[in-house]
Each structure stands twice: as C-alpha cells, then as structure tokens.
Design a protein around this ligand. Sequence first.
Ligand SMILES: [Zn+2]
Length: 121
Amino acid sequence: MIYKKIKVEWEDITFYNGHKNITELDNLIIEKYSTIGYQIKKDKNFLIIALTLREDKQGFTDVYKFPIGCIKKIVYLKEMKVGTGIFTYKENCQDCKKLSLVDINGFCKDCYTEEEGGLKE
Ligand SMILES: [Zn+2]
C-alpha cells in the first residue's frame, strides 16, 4: 500500500467570547490551517491522514480525521528523488523537464535532494 503525501488546507470553527454588534459579526475571521501527512482513507464524508507510518505500513500515529466540509484544498506533494549530487549528463530533467545537467537519476540541481523523504510541492 502506498500512502500519498498531501497537504490539507482546512478551516476550523472559531469561537469568540464577549459582546459583538452586527458589523463586528461580519468581520469575525475563520481560522485557516494546513496539515501535511499521509492520506490513509478518504470518502465523501471524511479524510483521514496520519503524520507517522509504522515501517510495515499497517500502523499509524498522529492521526487526523477531517470532516470533508472543513477542507478547502488538498495538495498532492511530490516526493523528491534522492540524487547523487553529481550532475554530469545534459538531458531534460525528470522533474522540471528543463534541459540541464542532471545526475544519474535524471534530476537537475534544483529538483533533487540529499535528504531522504524530502518534499516538494
Ligand atoms: Zn529539474
């Protein structure tokens, strides 16, 4: 099972205490958040993401369950490929498609990372 890395942009109920007039009510803001995690389950009612996957991908930690109505946007994050850092081949980059010097995996300087699990939107 492959769980996609996503960024969930969502809004939350915001509570205000104290007296407000009608103009002030119009100006109350809704808090906006974004959370990055692995998409575990999604249907028409809910989205479940986990921030941490167990190595066997059968267990999850730090789990969020979002009502679909709170979600404004889901961005699918591309996992960057780990490269060698040695750019010797002139080719179109696998990621950005620009003709540039690429490493053995086909990624240019701007599209590779040395860190495993690096994220790029
Ligand atoms: Zn590139």
